[in-house]
Design a protein around this ligand. Structure first.
Ligand code: ZN
Length: 320
């Protein structure tokens, strides 16, 4: 093994979904079908880990490296699971109306993490909207609407534009809507409770997808309350860096660069994805060409790094 510090360049795991489409091709991914919904671009989750494509760990999954080389992530407890999962989603149709449990509920049911998530909107067709929260004031009002088939009457819809950011704490009723492509930064969890799936039949199985209405009712926050998050911005070299959220589980930030910037890596490790443009990442004297769709992890040993080019990047780091 060389002692040079290298970023871990990642290849995603791709997932077909009945609501998926073909827009993930714009990010350079080889799609398994015309209904590709999710690219898990930074994942150590057993349901779809990403794979490292360069350096000493080429060919290994992020899950394997997390276990075999914990020093790259600043160390962790022996059985800890990698805390984050970053995806790009193509909502060619509405996703199911859903909710995710918090850590406490997830751990009581044998999962390491609940799921707080967030969306950076990469593109949205005119008129696109998402579902976020509900208008029920009591659990009974929520349960009555759901059980009587009137969940639509209490859903809150929000019009969506490119470049917006949404923070979705566990317990928030939500769904991405038709025509949205989003980068999702979330806790590493694949636990979803579906309230409603628009009575659709999944063509791959010929059946409706299962609902988990009682679990969903159990974990939904009532009444809904919008989280308070505030963005902060700083300029470093030619880079404008906006912290979109810095909360309990993770932080998400956006780097907009036209020119070059020397940046410090002040975290245990950091995930970055190029969402537009192209350029160069320099780490420990070596240049890496990066472009729209490139995802990498800057490991713990990265003191500083240099970005050059016209680039928009979404970065994240874990806070737990
Ligand atoms: Zn979700």
């Amino acid at each position: 093994m060389s002692s040079k510090v290298k970023p871990l360049l990642l290849k995603p795991s791709l997932h077909e979904k009945m609501w998926g489409g073909t827009k993930l091709r714009d990010y350079g991914f080889d799609l398994p079908s015309e209904h590709t919904g999710e690219a898990w671009i930074a994942s150590a989750h057993p349901h779809g880990p990403s794979t490292v494509v360069n350096g000493d760990y080429a060919g290994k999954t992020l899950q394997e490296i997390w276990n075999e080389a914990p020093q790259l992530f600043g160390g962790h407890e022996k059985n800890a699971a990698f805390p984050l999962l970053v995806k790009i989603l193509d909502a060619n149709r509405d996703l199911s109306i859903q909710v995710h449990p918090d850590d406490e509920y997830a751990q009581a049911h044998g999962e390491p993490y609940g799921k707080t998530e967030s969306w950076y909107i990469l593109s949205a067709k005119p008129g696109a909207q998402l579902y976020y929260g509900h208008t029920a004031q009591t659990h009974k009002e929520l349960a009555d609407a759901v059980h009587s088939g009137n969940i639509k009457s209490i859903l809150r819809t929000v019009p969506v534009k490119q470049g917006e950011f949404y923070y979705v704490p566990s317990g928030t009723l939500h769904a991405l809507g038709t025509g949205i492509v989003a980068l999702e930064t979330q806790q590493s969890s694949d636990t979803t409770f579906r309230f409603y799936d628009f009575d659709r039949v999944d063509p791959s199985s010929g059946k409706k997808r299962p609902l988990q209405v009682e679990e969903a009712l159990e974990v939904t926050n009532v009444p809904h309350k919008d989280p308070e998050i505030k963005e902060t911005t700083q300029t470093l070299g030619d880079a404008k860096i906006t912290t979109l959220v810095n909360a309990t589980y993770f932080a998400v930030l956006k780097i907009e660069l036209s020119g070059s910037a020397n940046l410090n890596m002040n975290h245990k490790y950091m995930i970055q994805t190029v969402i537009a443009g192209n350029g160069t990442l320099k780490v420990d004297g070596t240049d890496y060409q990066i472009k729209k769709g490139t995802t990498y992890i800057l490991p713990n040993q990265t003191k500083d790094y240099k970005l050059t080019g016209n680039l928009q990047i979404i970065g994240s780091f874990a806070n737990k």
